[in-house]
Design a protein around this ligand. Structure first.
Ligand code: 13P
Length: 247
């Protein structure tokens, strides 16, 4: 039985003061019998603040990206070892915003995944098609290429978390129907199963793209949807807690 993971991707939002309020509200509102894993991914300057504010709570902290390099003269970059050093448990890689705005290729995302695994930070590997690709019937081909570039370089596939985020559903209010999402999640799990059937049963596959309290329950009820990667709704404690409660 896979545990559900509810993860908030804060993107480029937050401040010391706003984070303090949001995290104290989340901590106070968590159910006593929390049945899922909870993760928040603030911008890099606030990782340490989040780790400190959440110490002693069940909520884990993750990063939104990582450098492909190990260390040295790479101005502006943050290494996997640094994320591990400040107690990040997870890091998102290959988010569609990074693929689109920073031209991140499937191979680069695979290398970033390797960097994280080397230091024991769990990668959340994002895949997803654009509207044009979906309408052109290319969804499976696109997500398979994105995922397989990563699977090619990882030894223990159950160390991964995968997030299916259809690009057309991100920040648009348009959500994939539970059936549409389930179909892609099932396809992604089969891609893992081709290489390692045991890992495919274990690997968590999250859905992301306009997940909200109103649609979380039916998405999370699908057999291959093991959690959510939540953008906008993760910035409101009431909404984030309601999604946790729906899991
Ligand atoms: P929204 O929930 O705002 O659509 O963002 C989803 C996302 O990109 C999470 O990584």
């Amino acid at each position: 039985m896979r545990r559900t993971l509810i993860a908030g991707n804060w993107k480029m939002n937050g401040s010391f003061a706003a984070n303090r309020s949001l995290l104290s509200e989340i901590k106070a509102g968590l159910p006593a019998n929390l049945l899922c894993d909870v993760l928040v991914c603030p911008p890099a300057p606030y990782l340490v603040q989040a780790v400190e504010l959440l110490s002693g709570s069940a909520v884990m902290v993750g990063a939104q990206d990582v450098s492909v390099h190990t260390q040295g003269a790479f101005t502006g970059e943050v290494s996997a070892a640094m994320l591990q050093d400040v107690a990040c448990k997870y890091a998102i890689v290959g988010h569609s915003e990074r693929r689109a705005y920073h031209a991140e290729s499937n191979e680069l995302v695979a290398q970033k995944t390797q960097q994280l695994l080397t230091v024991g930070v769990r990668p959340v590997v994002c895949v997803g098609e654009t509207l044009e690709q979906r309408e052109g019937g290319q969804t499976n081909e696109v997500v398979a290429a994105q995922l397989n570039a990563v699977l090619d370089v990882v030894d223990n596939l159950s160390d991964l978390v995968i997030a299916y985020e259809p690009v057309w559903a991100i920040g648009t209010g348009k959500t994939a129907t539970p059936e549409m999402a389930q179909e892609v999640h099932h396809f992604l799990r089969r891609q893992v199963a081709v290489r390692d059937a045991g890992a495919a049963e274990k690997v968590q596959i999250l859905y992301g793209g306009s997940m909200k309290p109103e649609n979380a329950r039916e998405l999370l009820a699908m057999p291959d949807i093991d959690g959510g990667l939540i953008g906008g709704a993760a910035l409101k404690s009431r909404d984030f807690l309601a999604i946790i409660a729906a899991s």
